[in-house]
Design a binder for this molecule. Structure first.
Ligand code: 2AM
Ligand code: CA
Length: 278
């Protein structure tokens, strides 16, 4: 009987990084023919095209050939599959920021996180339009194009730049979100909404953003980014301040000081009861 291969986190990161690079190449190639793509509406303001599906197929092929026993959880593939078991899972967003891609707004990424059992062990976020690849290994640090990165040292909210995302598909949350937005805007240097949560987390990890929050996100939007922020020295929680699990729901991230200010500010704006399964 053949022995099963043993996988180390760095080997799994390499598989994820190769898969992300391949998907990013496909998406870049498709950018030229964006105008002729058919947009399929999965739900309100939720689009998918052959580019998402093609990128995901390429990722799945590569992972299956190099780590056949892993399960693969992806937005277009098996969104209901559960994460955790005892084995290896790749949590894949083949195109985070699909709406940006469809409009030619250059802020979209491929995001792949890897778990062994319940633990995140590796993550990669590749910015498709810039030459930027963010990676992290559990207990091994976070990197941008191979150079170590860390969260910002900003402690003053009044000087902080905060990333966010709108609950654009959950109209029931818009007003509460708007109250949070008002409070955060009032006390900080600025709030930015670019449209890719994977990149927002990566930008928090390398200190461009001092903090980030969003109410409605899915496991594939965040799996890689959560590890990258933590390995860069940051904090990532749910809205109650508990360590963020790789599950549907809200995310609050940042360096220690700005994270705790952000959490307090969101609560004071009346959001403590938001639990956002889809
Ligand atoms: P997408 O581009 O892959 O759909 C924008 O606010 C961020 O939210 C993007 O990362 C986007 O991912 C994600 N997003 C959009 N709709 C979502 C939903 N219904 N649930 C979770 N995340 C969503
Ligand atoms: Ca996504």
């Amino acid at each position: 009987m053949q022995a099963k291969p043993t996988y180390h986190a760095d080997g799994l990161l390499q598989i994820a990084a190769d898969a992300a690079a391949e998907a990013a190449r496909l998406i870049r190639t498709a950018t030229g023919s964006r105008g002729s793509l058919v947009w399929e509406e999965k739900g309100s303001a939720d689009f998918v095209t052959d580019v998402d599906r093609g990128a995901e197929s390429a990722i799945v092929r590569l992972i299956r050939s190099r780590c056949p026993e892993a399960s693969i959880i992806g937005e277009e593939l098996s969104p209901e599959a559960s994460i955790g078991g005892s084995g290896i899972s790749f949590i894949v967003d083949p195109l985070d920021g699909t709406t940006n891609f469809l409009h030619g707004y250059p802020e979209f990424a491929v995001s792949i996180g890897v778990t062994i059992g319940p633990d995140l062990v590796a993550g990669v976020v590749e910015n498709v339009t810039k030459a930027e690849t963010f990676t992290a290994l559990r207990n091994g640090g976070a990197f941008l194009n191979g150079e170590p990165i860390s969260v910002s040292r900003q402690t003053e909210p009044s000087r902080a730049l905060i990333g966010t995302g709108f609950p654009f598909k959950r109209h029931d949350l818009l007003e509460r979100y708007a109250r949070q937005f008002v409070e955060v805007s009032r006390h900080t240097a600025g709030v930015r909404r670019a449209g890719s949560a994977a990149l927002d987390l990566a930008n928090t990890a390398c200190g461009r953003f001092d903090g980030f929050w969003e109410l409605v996100l899915a496991p594939w939007d965040i799996a890689a980014g959560v590890l990258i922020v933590r390995e860069a020295g940051g904090i990532v929680t749910d809205i109650a301040g508990r360590d963020k699990q790789i599950a549907h729901g809200a995310v609050v991230a940042g360096n220690r000081d700005i994270h705790s200010w952000l959490l307090r500010t969101i609560h004071d704006a009346g959001a403590h009861d938001i639990d956002t399964p889809q």
